[in-house]
Design a protein around this ligand. Structure first.
Ligand code: GLN
Length: 251
């Protein structure tokens, strides 16, 4: 039986808006296909070389929670996370967990969090928050499907010239409310501002992540289609509401 090992990084610190629901979604979509899934939590102070996993998940957090991570990242875990990303392991990083993969996050109060620098991008905290249901289109290198989610961040993320966004904003703020980019996409890292959890109502994106991890481990994915009528109905309903402007946003 095929198996994927998932590492849930900093579950006790980065878990806003039930982001851990993304792991349950990945786990069930594997189990429904007869593929086993082992999930291990790696938190503050845990010593783990992070070399034995196929997929990493990092959720979102408030500014002070992101500051709490700094010492642990400097203790060596930051370098291990970067090495796993460089090694082509699949990552799903949400909001604060996404910001952590960049060079730094400077809060609006001026606290500069020196982060992992796994790719060339940075985040600047703002004096207003970007909040609401939103939608974006994934790039073709991520399957090209539409994603509906919920964003709540003060951080404005700016991508370096050679760094691809995860997608293009259809409605909402995305990375910074200025350049229509949303998230980041490098190696097999998928970073997004999308809370929710994002995956249950975005089955195509969920399976793209699983296929990415399966191909790296087994050379092929061969994922059987699932009966996703309920998930697609949730997705399509929210997409229609977001695009019509009736989904609840703070403009
Ligand atoms: N604290 C960061 C910000 O406000 C990330 C927030 C989050 O993870 N939702 O931008």
């Amino acid at each position: 039986m095929r198996k994927l090992k998932i590492c849930h990084l900093y579950p006790e610190v980065l878990n806003l808006y039930g982001d851990r629901g993304n792991i349950r979604c990945l786990q069930k979509r594997l189990e429904w296909r007869g593929i086993s899934c082992e999930v291990k939590k790696v938190g503050l102070g845990d010593k783990d070389p992070l070399t034995d996993y196929d997929l990493f998940f990092i959720g979102g957090g408030q500014d002070f929670e992101q500051e709490v991570l700094l010492e642990d990242l400097r203790s060596g875990k930051g370098a291990s996370i970067k090495a796993a990303a460089d090694d082509g392991k699949t990552f799903l990083c949400i909001c604060g967990g996404y910001q952590m993969m960049g060079q730094y996050y400077e809060t609006h109060e001026g606290v500069k969090c020196e982060f992992i620098g796994a790719a060339d991008f940075y985040t600047q905290g703002g004096d207003t928050r970007m909040i609401g249901n939103y939608a974006f289109q994934l790039g073709k290198e991520s399957g090209g499907s539409t994603v509906v989610g919920f964003e709540n961040h003060s951080g404005r993320t700016y991508l370096g010239s050679g760094v691809q966004p995860l997608g293009t904003v259809m409605k909402g703020y995305g990375n910074n409310g200025e350049d229509q980019t949303e998230g980041v996409r490098f190696h097999n890292v998928f970073g997004t501002y999308s809370h929710g959890p994002v995956l249950p109502k975005n089955p195509e994106f969920s399976d793209w992540l699983l296929e990415t991890a399966l191909v790296r481990r087994y050379g092929r994915a061969d994922l059987e289609p699932l009966e996703d009528a309920f998930e697609r109905a949730a997705h399509d309903t929210m997409l229609e509401r977001v695009c019509k402007g009736t989904a609840g946003r703070e403009e």
